[in-house]
Design a protein around this ligand. Structure first.
Ligand code: FAE
Length: 545
């Protein structure tokens, strides 16, 4: 087959996948696939050659590559499919008017910014529902994650950053960095639909005034800024600004989902996976346990929930090949529980270890009255302050938007610091819960690094921190949450160098659990590229002919 013909076939299949996603949503189905993929009726124990847990980046790559190889594959996702419009005609709600769609079974939203002028005006009461954003609380750390077909891609800022090669090599000494940068990063970026903002438009548009103001403040302190690619379609964004396309990034949409413009995984990898005809996605099914039968078949239990969160069915699955893509938290929890309850007793002692926050710390600065940030702010970040080369205090700080619809003079940042602290997940046999041992003292390390950088910026500009954004206590640095959970099943420690779990043949990890706690940049491009590398190797070496 010629390359052109193959490309046309791929696009046709991709379109079939998109249609499968749309029609399933309209029909309210929780089982999504092309006709051939779910011809067989479910049995007491549903079996498939391959099962993928989770439909975020790691899960989506696994599903597509298995489907293309003709391996019949089931994807089990605890969240819902986000493709049906609510009463307002939109699939997702906005950050300014959140409703039940915003968060995973909450009675009140829990946005990263808790207050404005110390007032409790940001978060709103909502009805409990399987909403798209979850904030998972551990003792001294909470973790934001996406829930639904597409995982984190539904709620994230779309920043598609390839890490510095030297830092990648430091974090993954057993991975061939040349091969990653020559093959797998380009493959991931192409499939994810990464693009960059037109610099001329950036310089002229009101929507990025906030970023230009932060750039000026950084430059005054002698700091370098850099443009950051994104998966939001900047052509669409420019049409939004021109009034010829429906607004999404320019209408405050991001952490509770984007209705337009964002190339989330349901538009890219997952649509293509369904288009192969070999992949079926089950939604609202949370895998609760993983074990193995005597013949080496993997056995899973999954709870199917309804809109109230009630378990309406407990399902049993079996498969020959099991791919874990539940994210750093989801995968670590399943494996730690499996090892410590004895369903997979031979898992390596390092399962659960090596977890970090990517050094995340959020903060705000108050600008002078003449340094405006604009009432109009696009929700997709496109610029970062890059001080990673400063070996005394390596920080990469994303210039984050704060779209409130009025001028507030706040520059907001998500700092990624080189925090060397790591924590472990442990199983608590008295409650059956999996705990995370991260402490406030470990967060303080990130805060100190962020503070050293932003003290420089404040000093050079004669500006101050905002004390009113993270609760009534006047906290300056939000050190109690992360957007970037990384680790728990680290590549080369809990697994071999390709994500094959030690002690268990045909069991794989393909998600953020593989990354050893720090990456120096936003993580999804790396997670995707590592998953591509794992799948290329596994399909070449591990599957039966
Ligand atoms: P993830 O995308 O979290 O997918 C895991 C999936 O598995 C989810 O759909 C879960 O619902 C599902 N799941 C978990 N446990 C189970 C289970 N037991 N049974 C069934 N399903 C399960 O994992 N990263 C960037 O690179 N750039 C950004 O701009 C950026 N912004 C972010 C903004 C926000 C608000 C958040 C929350 C994250 C952001 N991130 C960003 C992080 C990024 O989304 C994250 O690293 C990836 O989504 C992680 O990919 P995984 O495949 O590891």
């Amino acid at each position: 087959m010629t390359a052109k013909l193959m490309q046309r076939q791929l696009s046709r299949r991709h379109i079939l996948g998109v249609i499968a996603l749309q029609t399933a949503a309209t029909a309210g189905l929780t089982r999504i696939g092309l006709e051939s993929a779910h011809a067989a009726e479910p049995e007491a124990v549903e079996s498939a050659p391959a099962i993928v847990v989770g439909s975020g980046y790691g899960g989506a790559v696994a599903a597509l590559r298995l489907g293309q190889a003709g391996v019949r594959t089931l994807v089990l996702e605890m969240g819902r499919l986000w493709n049906t419009a609510g009463g307002d005609g939109k699939v997702f709600c906005s950050t300014t008017a959140p409703d039940q769609r915003a968060m995973w079974f909450r009675t009140r939203t829990e946005a990263p910014l808790a207050t404005f002028l110390w007032l409790d005006v940001v978060n709103k009461p909502i009805d409990p529902y399987p909403g798209v954003l979850d904030r998972v609380h551990y003792d001294a750390m909470s973790v934001y994650v996406g829930r639904g077909v597409g995982g984190g891609s539904l709620v994230n800022g779309g920043m598609a950053v390839t890490p510095l090669k030297s830092y990648f090599a430091e974090q993954f000494p057993s991975v061939d960095a040349d091969e990653m940068y020559g093959t797998y990063f380009p493959r991931a970026r192409a499939m994810l639909g990464v693009n960059t903002i037109d610099p001329a438009w950036f310089e002229s548009t009101e929507w990025y005034r906030f970023a230009r103001t932060s750039r000026k403040a950084a430059a005054n302190a002698g700091l370098r800024t850099t443009f950051v690619p994104n998966v939001y379609d900047f052509g669409h964004m420019q049409r939004e600004a021109a009034g010829t396309a429906t607004r999404s990034a320019l209408a405050g949409e991001v952490i509770y989902g984007n209705n337009e413009g964002k190339r989330s995984l349901d538009k890219t990898y997952l649509a293509a996976a369904l288009g192969t005809g070999a992949v079926t996605i089950h939604t609202r099914e949370k895998v609760t346990s993983v074990g193995r039968s005597g013949d080496g078949t993997y056995l899973l239990t999954a709870d199917r929930i309804d809109d109230t969160g009630k378990v309406v069915e407990t399902k049993s699955y079996s498969c020959t090949y099991l791919f874990l893509g539940g994210g750093s938290l989801g995968t670590s929890e399943l494996l730690v529980r499996a090892r410590d309850t004895g369903t997979l007793p031979d898992l390596d002692p390092s399962v659960g270890a090596g977890w970090g926050t990517n050094g995340n710390t959020m903060l705000g600065r108050a600008n002078h009255v003449w340094d405006t940030v604009g009432a109009d702010q696009a929700t997709m970040p496109v610029m970062g302050i890059d001080d990673w080369a400063n070996t005394a205090n390596p920080v990469f700080a994303e210039i984050a938007p704060l779209p409130m619809g009025f001028e507030h003079w706040i520059s907001l940042y998500l700092a990624i610091t080189k925090n060397p602290e790591r924590a472990s997940f442990t199983y608590d046999s008295s409650t059956g819960a999996v705990r995370l041992g991260w402490t406030a003292a470990q967060s303080a390390v990130s805060v100190a690094m962020a503070k050293r950088l932003f003290d420089r910026i404040n000093l050079a500009n004669l500006t101050v921190y905002r004390h009113d954004l993270f609760g009534s206590g006047g906290k300056v640095f939000a050190d109690d949450f992360t957007y970037h959970p990384l680790g728990g099943c680290v590549l080369g420690r809990a697994t071999d160098d390709y994500g094959r779990v030690k002690g268990y043949p045909r069991l794989y990890v393909t998600d953020g659990a593989l990354v050893p706690g720090s990456l120096g940049v936003n993580p999804f491009v790396t997670i995707t590229a590592l998953a591509e590398r794992t799948m290329a190797r596994v399909l070449a070496e591990d599957t039966a002919p």
